[in-house]
Design a protein around this ligand. Sequence first.
Ligand code: GLP
Length: 248
Amino acid sequence: MKVIVLEDAAAIGRAVGDIVCNFIAQKPDAVLGLATGSSPVPAYQRMIARRRAGEASFRDVTTFNLDEYCDLPAEHKNSYRTFMREELFSQIDIPLGNTNFLDGNCADEAAESARFSRAIEAAGGIDLQILGIGRNGHIGFNEPGEAFTGDAYKVALTPSTIAANSPYFVDRPMPRYAMTMGVGQILQARKIILVATGAAKAEAVRAMLEGEVTPLCPASALQGHPDVTVYLDPAAAGLLGKNPPAPS
Ligand code: GLP
């Protein structure tokens, strides 16, 4: 995995936003995998700025989002669908019909997972996947567990994730379940960019990059992917190189 440390979240946003815009300049009908959370927002702002400057068009781009809460109306202000509309889609020229989400309120999770897999396949697979990382090493909503996951599924969120995301929920408790793309599905993206900023991510970043590949740190699975670039600020990179794994 390639690691790039830049001075702050704004610099990372400019770099990652430019990579996405340059990518779609080369491939206007690119398929993007997108993430929610605060980490990718500066990159989305850069994409919006370049769209406004007439330097990028998302008209023919297709997107797939990583995850969505269960038991939350799609139009609720805390749904990831709403997040993406507010933070990106409403401010660029992508047709909303080109944007894809898992349905967190589906009646049949297996059928919903199969539908999502088929849609990704029909689009030609994900060219470029943007990721954040949870404090516990999760990607999407793949929480630490006993085995790496494959396709999309319904997950029970961990106390760490509920604690991290609960402050965003003011009018109701945070959902306890989500639908998420599985780790195996994420690894099928041709190119992956992960963004992490702040000291709260430093241990997860260390485990992802320098720890053993284990489902206890879902992001460690990225070590097996041939094209991953990790963008860090100095705080998120703060534990790298300091805790070499014990010899086996
Ligand atoms: C959320 C999302 C992840 C995201 C992570 C980190 O729970 N499901 O996709 O990467 O947590 O969020 P943030 O970037 O706000 O720290």
